[in-house]
Design a protein around this ligand. Structure first.
Ligand code: ADP
Ligand code: ADP
Length: 228
């Protein structure tokens, strides 16, 4: 469960990115976050994995209060939340296997557990046969699949995706959606900021629209609602 109460964010330069946001997301929901560029979508998403802190208000993620969470406990939060970025952010010198294994090595899981779990998630994203490849030997869609494997490898309760299809062609984007839907079907909450009109209008989910730092629309099975 994700709960934002009266959340506002003003950056150090005075830009007011979010204004009095109230959002409640149930465990297991799939939510699109839409809105024009500069609306505050990324700021909203960054609050949830504590990349940014609100200036006002409160945020609870599965019982963790992000406002009082100490810096040294942020890594525990990150274990409940997997993040997928538009530009993948894979470590270029590590193989596919090592990129995905990294989060498990940090928490010192035994080697055989790591191996089993990494191959399991690489199987989900259909990349078992490319475990030894380096990121730059893969297509964009394959790199995004690696980054999804990395995001889910330690069974997070929430997956956050910030424009995960932004750098991908339409066919590849549909593949990525299929994987995110599968992950969601297994009970993981998925929160996805997107400009992909076709996807939002075809794969109907809850839509939260943000404009000028405010929630202007929140609909179950909503439309994208913008021309582009
Ligand atoms: P979106 O993801 O919808 O494009 P953002 O959350 O990135 O919107 O941006 C919302 C507003 O906050 C914009 O005016 C943007 O310029 C500003 N902004 C975003 N990040 C920062 C930052 N780190 N410092 C200052 N202003 C920022
Ligand atoms: P300390 O011994 O420094 O007080 P603890 O490990 O007992 O630290 O945890 C204190 C806080 O850290 C908890 O209230 C919780 O918010 C957070 N925390 C600890 N372990 C986890 C975890 N596995 N998942 C999420 N949060 C955790």
């Amino acid at each position: 469960m994700i709960e934002l109460n009266n959340v506002s964010k003003t950056y150090a330069n005075g830009v007011n990115a979010l204004n009095n946001i109230d959002i409640f997301i149930e465990k297991g929901e799939f939510v699109y976050v839409v809105g024009p560029s500069g609306a505050g979508k990324s700021s909203f998403i960054k609050m949830i994995y504590r990349e940014e802190r609100p200036t006002e208000g409160s945020i609870q993620i599965h019982g963790t209060d992000l406002m009082t969470l100490k810096e040294k406990h942020v890594p525990f939060l990150r274990r409940k939340i997997g993040v997928v970025f538009q530009d993948f952010k894979l470590l270029p010198k590590l193989s596919v296997f090592e990129n995905v294994a990294f989060a498990l090595e940090v928490i010192e899981e035994p080697k055989d557990v790591i191996r089993r779990r990494v191959m399991e998630v690489l199987d989900i994203v259909k990349l078992k046969n490319k475990a030894r490849f380096l990121p730059d030997e893969l297509s964009g869609g394959e790199q995004q699949r690696v980054s999804i494997a990395r995001a889910v490898v330690n069974n997070p309760r929430v997956v956050i995706a910030d424009e995960p299809t932004g750098n991908l062609d339409p066919d590849t984007s549909w593949e990525i959606m299929e994987i995110l839907e599968n992950i969601n079907r297994n009970g993981t909450t998925v929160l996805m900021a997107t400009h992909n009109r076709e996807i939002v209008n075809a794969i109907k989910k809850r839509v939260i629209a943000i404009e000028g730092g405010r929630v202007v629309r929140d609909e179950p099975k909503g439309d994208y609602g913008y021309e582009r």
